[in-house]
Design a binder for this molecule. Structure first.
Ligand SMILES: Nc1ncnc2c1ncn2[C@@H]1O[C@H](COP(=O)(O)OP(=O)(O)OP(=O)(O)O)[C@@H](O)[C@H]1O
Ligand SMILES: [Mg+2]
Length: 267
């Protein structure tokens, strides 16, 4: 009799950190920003990274994205090990497999929205897939703004251009550092809905750093960093469960602490 053993179910990983350490500076000026972080970013999911200011969120994202190098430990994008790649290899990997969305949009002021969106592909010498380009443009709702320069667009529209620019190349993973940090809540919600749609409908993998519990609630999973370590995680978060988790890890900064401060001032 033959027995068939099914392989273990395993989610494909889009990026991975294994015992990742990052130390800046040396001697008295030394800062340990990451202390042995191990985590896996699953493909086709929306992951948020939260934590107090200075907890290492941006550092983790930059190391995962190959924008900064690990002091110790290993980082993978898909099956490629970043630690060990030279600068040329890293640049190629970033260009071909990683997309970025920044708080400050980072659009080129002299280029139109369309030219900005197509720039990464142009640099990589790749032709855009026209059907896909149209899908991305209609999803972000920029159809009538493609000829405009960034200065002629609102902040929300500029960030939607940046999202389209990240998405049009269909990278293995998009990293977004506080993508709604400069937007009012309505434009922020539009950008977040769009990011979530690109995960649900197009299978895009997104990793987003945010301070905002509502923004994090758009994700499938939230990782909490404190003092350079992952200390908690939530799946299917709501603004309230995220707020509760943040309150636990940084009791000095939540609304309860603020209320207590006021009480102390009064007394
Ligand atoms: N280039 C650098 N040189 C020295 N120290 C750095 C550098 N970049 C970050 N750090 C330090 O590493 C720690 C983590 O910084 P990081 O920017 O990752 O925090 P963060 O969680 O993104 O904070 P924020 O929410 O304020 O953006 C901090 O103590 C910071 O001062
Ligand atoms: Mg940061």
């Amino acid at each position: 009799m033959t027995v068939t053993v099914s392989p273990p179910v395993r989610t494909e990983s889009a990026a991975r950190a294994a015992d990742l350490w990052k130390v800046y500076g040396s001697g008295e000026a030394q800062v340990v920003a990451l202390r042995g972080v191990s985590t896996e970013i699953e493909a086709g999911r929306f992951t948020a990274i939260m934590g107090p200011s200075g907890s290492g969120k941006s550092t983790l994202m930059h190391c995962l994205a190959g924008l900064d190098t690990a002091t110790r430990g290993e980082v993978f994008i898909g099956s490629t090990k970043l630690t060990g790649l030279n600068d040329k290899g890293l640049t190629k990997l970033r260009r071909e497999q990683v997309g970025f969305i920044f708080q400050q949009f980072n659009l080129l002021p002299t280029l139109s929205a369309k030219e900005n969106i197509l720039l990464p592909l142009a640099i990589a010498g790749r032709k855009p897939d026209e059907g896909w380009f149209d899908t991305v443009i209609s999803t972000v709702g920029l159809g009538d703004r493609l000829g405009h320069r960034p200065s002629q667009l609102s902040g929300g529209q500029q960030q939607r251009v940046a999202c389209a620019r990240a998405l049009v190349a269909r990278p293995g993973v998009i990293f977004a550092d506080e993508p709604t940090g400069n937007l009012d809540s309505r434009s922020g919600a539009e950008v977040l809905s769009f990011l979530r749609r690109s995960v649900r409908e197009f299978g895009q993998t997104i990793v987003m750093v945010t301070h905002d519990p509502t923004a994090a609630s758009y994700a499938d999973r939230v990782l909490f960093l404190a003092d350079g370590q992952i200390v908690n995680e939530l799946t299917d978060p709501t603004p309230q469960t995220v707020l509760d988790a943040m309150q636990k890890l940084d009791p000095g900064h939540g609304p309860a602490a603020a209320a207590q401060d006021q009480d102390e001032e009064r007394n």
